[in-house]
Design a protein around this ligand. Sequence first.
Ligand SMILES: [Zn+2]
Length: 51
Amino acid sequence: MPHGQDVEDDTSELTSEYECLQCGRIVEAETSPGTCAKCGGDFQNRAKSVE
Ligand SMILES: [Zn+2]
């Protein structure tokens, strides 16, 4: 098992997309943004909805 090589270039995975369940607004954040600034709805991590 190789380890410790080529693991520092994944800057694109620092943020995840979160979608507001109420107004559908998409926000990119490193951690859960909490509640929507526009409607106060809850966010859902879109990266987890892989079926
Ligand atoms: Zn919203």
